[in-house]
Design a protein around this ligand. Structure first.
Ligand code: AHR
Length: 634
């Protein structure tokens, strides 16, 4: 650039800036980077999950066999079919009197009357909307079985293509005995096209009777955990930089009826010792993702557990009265806390060691119940108080979360939930600005802008981002927040609740625009908010500003919910900054624009360099956009 051109450019920039800063009409954002206001909660962003929308079974939990424990209803044994190849002949039924364990008291009985090596008989499982088969991949499987005699011979296990009917991987398991035993096998694929159109077959080549249960097959899992999680979904969650995991619910904690609650003692130990249970979201839970698996998930993503304990209320208006009736449930919660955080010399800590995790997990927060304002009996005050007293007596440092405002005592933390439209979030972005700082800390344990199905659209992402600016500004009192629901299987029948952050089918997954808004905010958290003021703000313009003291960075988040671009004059109150900042932009041309399983990257954050940054500079925010400007402080 010639000296003359540069001088002309500088003069026109100066003119523009003086017009912007001088006019009463233009929005001006004044930031004092060196005036901290309050600490940003390092645990502000985390995850909330439960078994809903096939989040675990058929989702995060990588098990490929659907109904591995052979539950049946009037229509037959769910997701299992009889296979009679060629002229083979067989019958399958449920045997209520033969099971591999006290927890699994029944099994599938396969009576084969005719079969040979060319005409095998057996059973097939259709998986969760098929089974994901990829080339050169090792699948690890197992089943429990017994036979009436050795005559039945070896069991052949194959992954079979739905379209060709041919096996893409096969293993042979020899030597069934007349007693229950677990058998393991490995299936290895070769060169092939990735596909979900596959099923699993277990078959025999000789007449005889055998019994089967807990048939399991896993693809490679995240960090190769045994009984672990799906890799693509874990990677998407890791990118959210979550500080905590609230589990196991939600309604899933409570169940529709008391016996259908998340009864944690039935979700630990060997899979064969887990009876499984009905979830309130209209399907059955395998409980493969049980208490210790939740904790392993926390460990993998370096999240702290926010443990919700069952508090004596289930959703069909069933409650346990405070007092002696509630004591066993309080004891169960104490045992659960001991299992999570107790040392090896405690009863339940020792059980955790036996289950494979010697070190206790660090635990700070325990939530007592879920959404207890639904309990029309009004028993929550008494139930919370009883849990509080018992838990604090043993674990005085734990922070105990109440699920609704209390009149008779001040809880450590109060869990607030919001499911709203974008307009409401625009209006409510100041929600916590005036909250009493002497009251309980706030955990926004579930929230979402519900626009878009199955996953939120750009309009929802804008509502979310506006709301998050308020959470950040108030994160001295809002210690944690989590979007909900997190996951949805987008296959037909997979969704029970619309507008979920991350969608997936059997093979693939994608993040919604709202997911990317979360990623952008959580990746630029900072440790302090700083003094700032927005004047002459245009419609639907929101911001939050924080600094990362150690890295000397200033994070400015901007949300333009209007469809028109807005030019903002930014005054850094004399602070010295590097002249180029990093800009991340998420934007779309319409609020209805979205991502989907077939178009997963229509709306994704775009990173660029933002030149021309100085103590006073102007920035035009595109319409319908969310931006993070990362400034280097000098
Ligand atoms: O997130 C879906 C449901 O919404 C949760 O299970 C429940 O806590 C809330 O009502």
């Amino acid at each position: 650039m010639s000296g003359k051109t540069f001088a002309r450019l500088a003069a026109s920039t100066a003119l523009l800036l003086s017009a912007l800063f001088g006019s009463a009409q233009n929005p001006v954002l004044t930031i004092h980077p060196n005036q901290p206001v309050s600490a940003v909660s390092p645990t502000l962003y985390g995850l909330m999950t439960e078994e809903i929308n096939f989040s675990y079974d058929g989702g995060l939990y990588a098990e490929l066999v659907r109904n591995r424990t052979f539950r049946a209803d009037w229509s037959g044994i769910l997701y299992w079919y009889l296979l009679e190849n060629g002229n083979s002949s067989a019958k399958m039924s449920i045997d209520d009197k033969a099971g591999p364990s006290d927890a699994l008291k029944s099994s599938l009985k396969l009576e084969v009357t005719r079969a040979n090596s060319q005409n095998q008989a057996g059973v097939l499982n259709v998986g969760y909307w098929g089974m994901p088969v990829r080339p050169d991949t090792v699948y690890k499987g197992s089943f429990y079985a017994k036979a009436d005699s050795a005559d039945v011979g070896a069991v052949t296990v194959s992954l079979v293509s739905d379209t060709t009917g041919k096996a893409v991987a096969t293993a042979t398991v020899p030597g069934l005995t007349t007693s229950w035993k677990q058998y393991e096998f490995t299936l290895k694929t070769g060169a092939l096209q990735p596909s979900a159109a596959n099923h699993l077959v277990l078959s025999v080549a000789h007449p005889g009777t055998l019994w089967l249960n807990l048939v399991s097959l896993f693809p490679p899992t995240y960090k190769n955990r045994v009984n672990g999680n799906r890799v693509d979904l874990m990677e998407k969650l890791a990118a959210m930089h979550p500080a905590f995991l609230r589990f196991p619910g939600g309604n899933y904690l409570e169940g529709d009826h008391i016996p259908e609650r998340f009864d944690w003692k039935k979700t630990i130990g060997s899979l064969v010792d887990r009876p499984t249970h009905p979830s309130p979201w209209r399907y059955h839970s395998s409980d493969g993702l049980g208490l210790l698996e939740f904790l392993g998930w926390c460990e993998d993503l370096k999240m702290q557990p926010v443990l919700a304990v069952y508090a004596g209320y289930s959703m069909e208006q069933e409650h346990v009265n405070p007092g002696p009736d509630l004591d066993p449930y309080v004891q169960d919660a104490l045992d659960e806390i001991e299992y999570v955080a107790g040392s090896a010399d405690t009863k339940w800590g020792a059980q955790r060691v036996k289950d494979g995790h010697p070190a206790p997990f660090a635990l700070t927060y325990v939530e007592i119940g879920n959404e207890d304002w639904f309990d029309r009996s009004g028993s929550y005050e008494g139930r919370y108080a009883q849990f509080y007293k018992a838990i604090k007596a043993k674990y005085p440092r734990l922070q105990l979360i109440a699920t609704m405002p209390l009149k008779e005592m001040k809880p450590d933390v109060q869990d607030d939930h919001y499911y709203v439209r974008a307009t409401q979030n625009f209006q409510d972005a100041t929600h916590y600005d005036k909250t009493d700082r002497n009251g309980p800390k706030i955990f926004v344990g579930e929230w979402a802008t519900r626009e878009g199905s199955p996953t939120p659209n750009m309009g929802a992402a804008l509502g979310d981002a506006a709301w998050m600016t308020g959470l950040e500004r108030n994160s001295d009192i809002v210690v944690m927040a989590a979007y909900a629901p997190l996951l949805v299987n987008v296959n037909p029948g997979g969704m029970q609740w619309e507008t979920d952050l991350i969608g997936y089918d059997t093979m693939k997954s994608y993040g919604s625009p709202a997911y990317y808004a979360q990623v952008m905010f959580a990746s630029h958290l900072g440790d302090h908010t700083v003094a700032s003021k927005l004047e002459n703000a245009g419609p639907k313009l929101f911001y939050s500003v924080s600094t990362d003291t150690a890295k000397k960075r200033l994070f400015l988040k901007l949300v333009n919910g209007s469809s028109a671009p807005q030019t903002l004059a930014i005054d850094l109150a004399g602070a010295m900054v590097a002249s180029t900042a990093k800009l991340t932009t998420l934007s779309a041309h319409s609020t209805q624009a979205t991502n989907s399983i077939d178009a997963p990257r229509t709306i994704v954050p775009v990173e660029s360099a933002l030149p021309g940054v100085s103590a006073k500079f102007s920035h035009s925010i595109p319409g319908l956009s969310i931006e993070v400007i990362e400034l280097e402080l000098e």
